[in-house]
Design a protein around this ligand. Structure first.
Ligand code: HSE
Length: 425
């Protein structure tokens, strides 16, 4: 089996290193010697984290995707332009393809997987979601007897790192993001991390595998963490919650909800204690109950672990050509975001006058929303009260109508902050 590797950066370099370090175990598992024979890089003179002496290296990635001696192509470049053309070229040349590229799969996966099936080759992408955690294989294989009730995951390490540092060290958002970039966690464009796009890519893929539907990236409602303030973090702590950036996919009344947003989770939940750059995915199946998968969501060798596991599957022939692991895909209507029922956290800055809190709760009550808990932190120098409210479970549209009405009152001094709360019970 000859392997062509496109990209010898963090992930590509990690793949070469893990294949070298674990050569005898991988040989014992597969009975095959895996040779990375060809490699493509942006610049041959760039330093690399791996030994590349036995690899024919070129700057012409298409020459690898077209090379008749290459059996499997590893696409580890990223992005959706050249990477897409290379994957199509390799598949059209009857080569199996393994990619870690979540953006490519989430946006073009329907077309690419159909092409791979037509050509009778595999297109595998375990490394695209939650790095080293074998979450796609778990959903596809280990949980195949279940109706999936919920997938809820911390699937962006950069975002989790930022929120953890803000909570534990009181650090500033921008300052932590810079550190995440320096540590190599963040995407080339870090807005993908902080605005939830990276997590939305991963969630769309998880949902298709969990529920057997086509990818619907445009149906993922996406909100990032860039508006989370230190005050939200400390209010959440006081209310016994932790703020996590979650990707949630669930089927409610036959409709699929796919949403990515900051979420208050009770501190007692395991997910609330997944900190730093780590990822974790909670999957509830109707037979198995709740299951939790935890591990490194990014990094050279952790991601390489998932890439090589796909390679081992191809060599051993343990993987099918079914799209997302389903013989038949199911059409599932998506839920209108206004109909999503959720508990909410509201943070308000209001003039400290008698009756203000009563007015706020009266408007909430008018929209059928009751208050589960409320705290008022302090009166600041401008004589404003900092208030946090946790509601009961309400329809998003009702909450929006109520907060729009509250916002118009003269006693409200700032935009009302709204964050989902999930108890995950
Ligand atoms: N930027 C991504 C993250 C890398 O922080 O999770 C792994 O997909």
């Amino acid at each position: 089996m000859n392997i062509g590797i496109l990209g010898l950066g963090t992930v590509g370099g990690g793949v070469v290193n893990v294949l070298n370090n674990n050569k005898s175990e991988i040989f014992a598992r597969t009975g095959e010697q895996i040779n990375i024979t060809h490699g493509a890089v942006k610049s041959i003179s760039e330093p690399r984290i791996c030994e590349d002496g036995n690899i024919n290296i070129t700057e012409d990635a298409f020459s690898v995707a077209n090379n008749p001696d290459v059996d499997v192509v590893l696409e580890l470049i990223g992005g959706t332009t050249i990477a897409k053309d290379l994957v199509i070229t390799a598949i059209n040349n009857n080569k199996h393809v393994i990619t870690a590229n979540k953006a490519l799969i989430a946006t073009h996966g329907n077309e690419l997987l159909t092409l791979a099936k037509q050509k009778n080759v595999h297109l595998l992408f375990e490394a695209a979601v939650a790095g080293g955690i074998p979450i796609l294989k778990s959903l596809e294989q280990g949980l195949s007897a279940n109706k999936i009730e919920l997938v809820a995951g911390i699937i962006n390490g950069t975002g989790n790192f930022i929120l953890t540092e803000m909570r534990d060290k009181g650090r500033d958002f921008t300052d932590v993001l810079k550190e995440a970039q320096a540590l190599g966690y963040a995407e080339a464009d870090p807005t993908f991390d902080v605005e939830g796009i990276d997590a939305a890519h991963k969630l769309a893929i998880l949902a298709s595998i969990a529920y057997g539907c086509e990818l619907q990236m445009d149906k993922v409602s996406t909100e990032g963490i860039s508006d989370i303030s230190g005050e939200d973090v400390s209010f959440a702590t006081e209310l016994n919650y932790s703020i996590k950036h979650l990707g949630i996919a669930k089927k409610v009344n036959g409709e699929l909800q796919m949403r990515v947003h900051p979420t208050l989770i009770p501190k007692t939940q395991l997910l609330a204690n997944v900190d730093g750059v780590m990822n974790a995915v909670l999957v509830k199946g109707n037979a198995v109950g709740p299951t939790l998968y935890y591990g490194a969501g990014a990094g050279a060798e952790a991601t390489a672990s998932a890439v090589i596991a796909d390679l081992v599957d191809i060599i051993k022939g343990t993987v099918s050509h079914d799209v997302f692991g389903w013989k038949q895909l199911i059409e599932i209507p998506s839920c209108n975001p206004g109909n999503v029922e959720s508990v909410f956290y509201l943070r308000l800055l209001a003039a400290d006058k008698p009756g203000v809190l009563a007015d706020i709760t009266a408007i909430l009550a008018k929209h059928n929303i009751s208050v589960e808990s409320v705290i008022q932190k302090q009166i600041d120098q401008q004589n404003n009260a900092h208030i946090a409210i946790i509601t009961n479970s309400v329809k998003t549209a009702d909450l929006q109508a109520a907060t729009t009405e509250i916002q118009t009152h003269e006693f409200i001094q700032d935009t009302i902050k709204i964050i989902h709360v999930e108890n995950l019970d």
